[in-house]
Design a protein around this ligand. Sequence first.
Ligand code: CMC
Length: 391
Amino acid sequence: TGRFTFDPGFTSTASCESALTYIDGDEGVLLHRGYPIGQLAEHSSFMEVSHLLLNGELPSKEELERFTYTITRHTMLHEQLAQFYRGFRRDAHPMAVMCGVVGALSAFYHDSTDITDPHQRMIASHRLIAKMPTIAAMAYKYSVGQPFVYPDNTLSYTGNFLRMTFGVPAEEYVVNPIVERALDRIFILHADHEQNASTSTVRLAGSSGANPFACIAAGIACLWGPAHGGANEAALNMLREIGTVDRIPEYIARAKDKDDPFRLMGFGHRVYKNYDPRATVMQQTVREVLGELGVSDPVFDVALQLEEMALSDDYFIEKKLFPNVDFYSGVILSAIGFPTTMFTVLFALARTVGWVAQWNEMIADPQQKIGRPRQLYTGPTQRDYVSIEQR
Ligand code: CMC
């Protein structure tokens, strides 16, 4: 290969240095700035984890109050953006709406697009974290034909999002603390995951000096794919399609068949080859949520059985395929009342924290350069132009 290393899929290339997130895929370890994900999911909140990722440390009580205040100050969207939504079809996928609306933010918030100014970078970061729940809830409201619900800053980050999504002006919306906690935990579990495809996309887009809103829109576009963030939607659709426990062997056989492109969605991971520590937390949470909400969903039995059967099957053992974070998240989100099309939107909302933290880290790095991979050329060698009459 001469001068370049050929590494399709970047399986052995480190694209940057980062102090945010550590993963040991063989041991099933995930740390954010040193803290294990299991401890953060159990004891922390999404606002705390956001502060940790963005600023490097868990906040003191006062720091958390100040950070939460800063975020809540930015939860409203420019009113003109409501018009922007009306340009979409009602049946547009909410991820398509997210790509468009988030990309459009740079046209509305000109005072935070100068990336050479650290103060503007921080305002843009706070705006993105603060506005994502509003943007996501509005995408949902638009699709179901209900009025947009404005943010209520007396509620928590996650409680506010629930109210903007499920509340209607006709009646008071009371946030269920179990649902609020479960969703906050899902947000924590999705907050960052080192150089995954969408984060690498945000970094690559940002490396050219593009404004942060455009970079996050690029990340959202990448996250949409079923091999990445779209897997939670695909996993629940798959579980519903399987429907009953007796049909599981048929789907396992399909997943193993080389001639069938079908894969078990929510299974396998590029980095985790032992287990996904986020999936462990998710599996516990699903039990709690279904139990406490009194929801019995046959899809959960299918999920449990499918996991058990796949984990004792030689194909999955040999290829080190385990359930990932998205295998169970859909079951919880569905029990809370989100339609499947919103699942990846929730992932995008949470991952925005990781994206902006990674983007800030990159821009602040004095060694930062534009990302510009090379290629191995496989086309024709030089040849002469032939006029159209002679082709
Ligand atoms: N079902 C059946 N076989 C699978 C699966 C699966 N879910 N995942 C991988 N394999 C097989 C694959 O066919 C290949 O077999 P062979 O070596 O015989 O060709 C082998 O395992 C290795 O797969 P790969 O595609 O080369 O591995 P990768 O690291 O490029 O892909 C992955 C990782 C997550 C894209 C893949 O496992 C997959 O498509 N999983 C289903 C989608 C999914 O759940 N994605 C969510 C990932 S976690 C959340 C996120 O990051 O967004």
